[in-house]
Write a protein that binds this ligand. Structure first.
Ligand code: FE
Length: 204
């Protein structure tokens, strides 16, 4: 049995999108990676949203959402803002100015985004951990010709890599020998070139 290699799934052309919606007093948004066209006539798209996400709850009520299609220029800060915090208690647009409103009043991103789609929910399918919303397009606006960002591109180029833990130590300026540790004893002698501690400098 070949089993399931999650990285094989990344070869699907997952995109990255900011999904926005609102109720009478609150605007909300989150990052999703699945959005696709379902039918051409009528034009329908679908999105999948984790039920734990407040945005899913709001779309269930409002029956309308906007998808901002992110481009490869998108900085990690957009993921931190829309992806890594709950919208239940905060306003994700607080202090964020790179957005405008669609005809129906939903925010879409004006920067690092190449198009946006507004759709009205026709079907809500309970998929266990997620709701799948099948929705009819109301607006579809192309903003520019930037390339859409894929999930794979995000992992390779946008998400910061974990920094290897910095080693503390001293390096011999003469031969490059590294003494690991917080301190270099004053009477230390380089085991390779026999130079004294004064020829060592802290590791950068
Ligand atoms: Fe040395």
């Amino acid at each position: 049995m070949p089993g399931i290699d999650n990285t094989a799934m990344f070869k699907l052309s997952y995109g990255l999108f900011v999904l926005t919606t609102k109720d009478s007093d609150k605007t909300n948004g989150c990052i999703i990676n699945t959005c696709m066209q379902v039918t051409d006539n009528p034009k329908q798209i679908c999105v999948c949203v984790n039920k734990a996400n407040y945005t899913a709850e709001l779309i269930s009520k409002s029956k309308e959402f906007c998808v901002s299609i992110l481009a490869t220029s998108v900085p990690f800060a957009v993921f931190e803002r829309f992806g890594f915090q709950s919208g239940r208690n905060i306003d994700k647009f607080d202090g964020f100015s790179d957005y405008a409103l669609t005809e129906s009043g939903l925010p879409y991103l004006t920067k690092n985004c190449n198009a946006y789609l507004v759709a009205t929910v026709k079907q809500e399918i309970d998929c266990g951990s997620h709701f799948m919303f099948i929705a009819e397009l109301a607006e579809a606006v192309k903003l520019n010709d930037e390339t859409s960002v894929t999930y794979e591109y995000y992992f390779a180029n946008i998400k910061p890599k974990p920094q290897p833990e910095k080693k503390k130590g001293y390096v011999c300026k003469i031969c490059g020998y590294v003494h690991e540790g917080e301190e270099l004893p004053p009477d230390f002698v380089c085991p390779w070139c026999k130079h004294p501690a004064s020829d060592f400098e802290p590791l950068k």
